[in-house]
Design a protein around this ligand. Structure first.
Ligand code: FES
Length: 176
């Protein structure tokens, strides 16, 4: 696979620095429970590479002595792990049933239209990735969404969504 687009060297071996960080996480657990560090290791990889490739799941599995499928299950279970490269801003709209009944789907549709991408896709300028989200525990505030796995936005009417997009575009941070 060609990986020159973002300079991701996803098939290169894990760097010394990454292995050191892994070791630090593993050291937090008893020797026979090093697999407990799996989430921390996934987070380290994602921070370095922007997403968790299948190869990196294998690397982590080998490092922690667990089956690759077990690592993959963690990656897919938790929303914060990206399985593909994502845009600078990741927008996760909750479309679980309680939210859907209160305009969660309307919000997702509006964003799809506004950004010109479908759910799961990234805008061609690499700015936004649109994804669904599981219940964020704020059903009464629907439509709710999460920006970059951190910032919760509630009562996202179409107007507020437009403001959010404009604001994020304007902020256009250049740091990594
Ligand atoms: S269902 Fe959307 S926050 Fe709970």
């Amino acid at each position: 696979m060609n990986s020159n687009a973002h300079g991701h060297a996803a098939h290169a071996p894990l760097s010394e620095a990454t292995l050191e960080l892994f070791a630090r996480e593993v050291a937090k657990y008893p020797a026979d429970q090093k697999q407990s560090a799996v989430m921390a290791c996934l987070t380290i990889v994602q921070k370095n590479e922007g997403f968790v490739s299948v190869q990196r799941e294998r690397d982590i599995a080998a490092y922690l002595g667990m089956p690759p499928i077990a690592v993959h299950e963690v990656t897919t279970f938790y929303n914060m792990y990206n399985q593909k490269p994502v845009g600078r801003f990741k927008l996760n709209v909750c479309t679980n049933l309680p939210c859907q009944l209160r305009d969660g789907a309307v919000a997702l549709e509006h964003l799809e239209e506004r950004l010109g991408v479908r759910m799961g896709e990234t805008t061609s300028d690499g700015m936004f990735t649109l994804q669904q989200s599981e219940c964020l525990g704020a059903c009464a505030d629907s439509p709710v969404m999460l920006v970059n796995d951190r910032t919760m936005c509630s009562f996202m009417s179409n107007e507020k969504l437009d403001q959010l997009i404009d604001g994020l575009r304007a902020s256009n941070p250049q740091e990594n």
